[in-house]
Design a protein around this ligand. Structure first.
Ligand SMILES: Cc1ncc(COP(=O)(O)O)c(C=O)c1O
Length: 369
């Protein structure tokens, strides 16, 4: 699973101290949008990343998992269609459906390192399409979408009048690749950017996250009103976790380097998994450039069991937890998602068991692609 804290990855000590020292000051409700100091820190952070925001454009929440459904509910009428990447994180489709909308999937192309296929996306737009969800770095593939592709997606949103919804929770988990803030590429296009501290500071249990609405105010005003009303229903997000945001963002580049730099544990663990995976002939995998997942394809000359059966067998017979690609709306049924967060020795052991499973259960591999 994608929980860095559960695998002992460290949180920045000064962030934990800041929250501890803020406990007494955290007893009252805050503004429904969240603490001013935290929203100021988020606005300053995006300013450095090329996006101008006012603190009033920012809503804090109890995890991106709370804000995504709220953002969909504020937007969708029954039958409205939302474009989602496939493969993609299951929260997006569930939240669209929960708000009465219809998920419509556009392809991310494995042969292109899982970059989104803009032509396929264009073909999927109908008169009912209202929003386009992006996600970089990408769960489950670890792809970092390049700036040129993101510009193309922003152009499509601009010309077809779609709201961009940019999921960027892995923004600072990259390996020799640059994350681009989509909204900064297209300040004239209405965009909601989601991010938080769960992954980039290894504190998912704090439930500390935000969404930021950018673009022409005339176009976003009514939407922001709806978001504000919905956010008010839950009074405010958990307050101690909001105090983590200013110190976390002030030191984000140091934290990023500690986790993903050359000696960083996230890089070491991903490399360990990648190297072991490369030795399993039945699995082929595009090298991840971000996040902490690998998304190999199972290639075999023989008829393959569906990926959900593979995942069941790996868990039941070998004690290894992977997620089937079909859980991420990939219909081919031949992928599994591995998370590379465990200690290297545990990853080695798990990969040996996976290799053993494929050695003994699947016939000669067909050519790699
Ligand atoms: C793409 C993506 N978005 C959101 C989340 C959950 O974020 P949060 O902890 O802020 O609710 C995850 C967790 O795995 C994720 O992979």
């Amino acid at each position: 699973m994608g929980d860095p804290a559960a695998h002992g990855l460290p949180a920045p000590a000064h962030v934990l101290d800041a929250v501890e020292h803020a406990l007494e000051r955290s007893r009252a409700y805050t503004d429904a949008q969240g603490l001013a100091a935290a929203r100021d820190a988020i606005a300053a952070y995006y300013h450095h990343r090329g996006l101008a925001l006012r603190p009033s454009d920012i809503h804090l929440g109890n995890g991106v998992s709370e804000l995504v459904p709220l953002a969909r509910q504020a937007l969708l009428n029954p039958g409205d269609e939302v474009l989602l990447p496939a493969p993609g994180y299951p929260l997006w489709a569930a939240s669209v459906q929960l708000a009465g909308g219809v998920p419509v999937y556009y392809r991310c192309d494995e042969r292109q390192g899982w970059q989104p296929d803009a032509d396929h996306l264009r073909d999927r737009i109908t008169a009912r399409t209202v929003a386009l969800v992006t996600n970089t770095p990408h769960n489950p593939t670890g792809a970092v979408w390049n700036a040129a592709t993101l510009r193309t997606l922003a152009d499509i949103a601009r010309s077809r009048e779609l709201l961009l919804m940019a999921e960027e929770i892995y923004a600072h988990i990259t390996y020799d690749a640059e994350h681009t803030v989509l909204a900064a590429l297209a300040p004239d296009v209405p965009c909601v950017t989601f991010s938080g501290l769960s992954k980039i500071c290894c504190i998912p249990g704090f439930r500390s996250a935000w969404m930021a609405v950018s673009g022409p105010r005339a176009a976003t005003h009514a939407y922001t009103e709806a978001v504000t009303q919905l956010a008010s229903l839950r009074l405010c997000p958990n307050v101690p976790a909001q105090h983590a945001i200013p110190p976390a963002l002030a030191s984000i580049h140091r934290t990023q380097n500690d986790l993903t730099g050359h000696a960083g544990p996230l890089r070491e663990r991903l490399n360990t998994a990648w190297e072991a995976l490369s030795d399993i002939p039945t699995l082929t995998c595009a090298r991840p450039r971000g996040a902490f997942y690998l998304f190999p394809c199972i290639t075999s000359a023989a008829a393959l069991p569906h990926d959900s059966t593979v995942a069941d067998t790996l868990l039941r017979d070998h004690g290894v937890l992977v997620a089937p690609g079909s859980d991420f709306h990939l219909t081919s049924g031949d992928h599994i998602r591995l998370s590379a967060l465990a200690e290297p020795a545990t990853i080695d052991e798990a990969m040996e068991r996976i290799a053993h499973h494929f050695d003994t259960s699947i016939a000669t591999p067909r050519s790699r692609h």
